[in-house]
Design a binder for this molecule. Sequence first.
Ligand code: GDP
Ligand code: MG
Length: 176
Amino acid sequence: MEEGGGEEYLFKIVVIGDSAVGKSNLLSRFARDEFDHNSKATIGVEFQTQVVELDGKEVKAQVWDTAGQERFRAVTSAYYRGAVGALVVYDISRKTTFESVKRWLDELNTHCDTTVARMLVGNKCDLENIREVSVDEGKSLAEEEGLFFIETSALDSTNVNKAFEIVIREIYEKVS
Ligand code: GDP
Ligand code: MG
């Protein structure tokens, strides 16, 4: 984390999770209010910055996207460096992505210290009809691992801003 002039904050937040769970779309929904129906990875985009106001102070959330690196199981340590927040994302319609969460948490713990604000995100909650992971399963994993928990839909915007805002607020409370 870097602190800018006076009351400005810059928080690096990483988004991790299996391929195609909706990480890039959560980010584009949050930063630009856009959704992309094509599953093509947005190669090249490292991070996007979104300004949020907290208690009258300007907070810049610099949210990093893997840009598809996770396909090769090679998310680099540079990706995690300096992160103060993390969204660990799975797809509620694909159980295997939920089963991967522990592996992603292990990777996060390898690269970042335990003070990183963590949120477990069950994305694609609009796909209720083909749900494979119940809300309770998500909640209990989050409790076990000491994470915040939320279900989101980057498609219909449900809870996307809220997910980021909870993490940003948590980081803010730690540093202010
Ligand atoms: P990433 O690989 O984790 O970055 O996933 P993407 O953001 O590229 O999304 C993978 C696929 O899931 C794309 O086809 C998206 O359109 C779709 N997708 C992403 N978020 C949602 C969502 O909330 N609901 C639904 N139904 N589809 C989504
Ligand atoms: Mg992506």
